[in-house]
Design a protein around this ligand. Structure first.
Ligand code: DX5
Ligand code: ZN
Length: 216
């Protein structure tokens, strides 16, 4: 089953609670929450208090994508704030295996993200340890960028790696996905689709979700 995880980075922050309730009403599977620290990526978004504030509004899975340096320093705080899946970047953590084990010990699902320029082969020994691999299809930091075409090959490589290790994982793809390319992303092997601007653009959340799901 393919899951849709709208990124609230493109939501109207003045009406964040309503936007989240609207996502739940229109049948999405997860809320993708992009945390940025202005160091790992050249942008700052929001953090722990915001996640805490929206946690009691919905039962949707909180899929927290940490674009911060050395995220292991903060994963406990994000777990306590209500994250269900905590995804950290391969490029942001020196002791990645230790950080993965730590997230699991907090009772949370764990994901590892790779930037566009990072080879899938770095995941060889990790794929058996994680619940999700996140293939970034734009350079992280901003919503509304164009999908990087070679990401499709990387998605297929992740799928092959998961088969090789006989491990059923979530393969999430994030960045530049809209109705024009969502089918090719799924055909390549993705099963969790992140979309920010394609969902929240022009405020027509319901229509935009149905348009994306036509490609599922
Ligand atoms: C980028 C974020 C994405 C972003 C997706 O750094 O990780 O989740 O919000 O936005 P769109 O779908 O507009 O590319
Ligand atoms: Zn993201």
């Amino acid at each position: 089953m393919i899951k849709l995880a709208p990124s609230i980075l493109s939501a109207d922050f003045a009406r964040l609670g309503e936007e989240i309730k609207s996502l739940e009403k229109h049948g999405v599977d997860m809320v993708h929450i992009d945390v940025m620290d202005g160091n790992f990526v050249p942008n700052i978004s929001f953090g722990i208090p915001v996640i805490k504030a929206i946690r009691n509004l919905t039962k949707l899975t909180f899929d927290v994508h940490l674009m911060i340096d050395t995220p292991s320093r903060y994963v406990k705080d994000f777990a306590d704030a209500g994250a269900d899946i905590i995804t950290i970047h391969y490029e942001s953590e020196v002791h990645l295996d230790r950080a993965i084990k730590y997230i699991k010990s907090l009772g949370k699902k764990v994901g590892v993200a790779i930037n566009p320029s990072t080879k899938v082969s770095v995941l060889e020994y990790l794929v058996s340890e994680v619940d999700m691999i996140l293939v970034m299809s734009v350079n992280p930091g901003f919503g509304g960028q164009s999908f990087i075409a070679y990401s499709l090959d990387k998605i297929t490589e992740v799928k092959e790696l998961s088969k090789k290790h006989n491990k059923d994982i979530m393969i999430e793809v994030d960045g530049g996905i809209d109705k024009s390319n969502v089918k090719s992303v799924i055909n390549a092997g993705a099963n969790v689709i992140v979309a920010g601007s394609a969902v929240f653009r022009d405020g027509k959340i319901k229509e935009n979700i149905s348009l994306l799901k036509e490609g599922f």
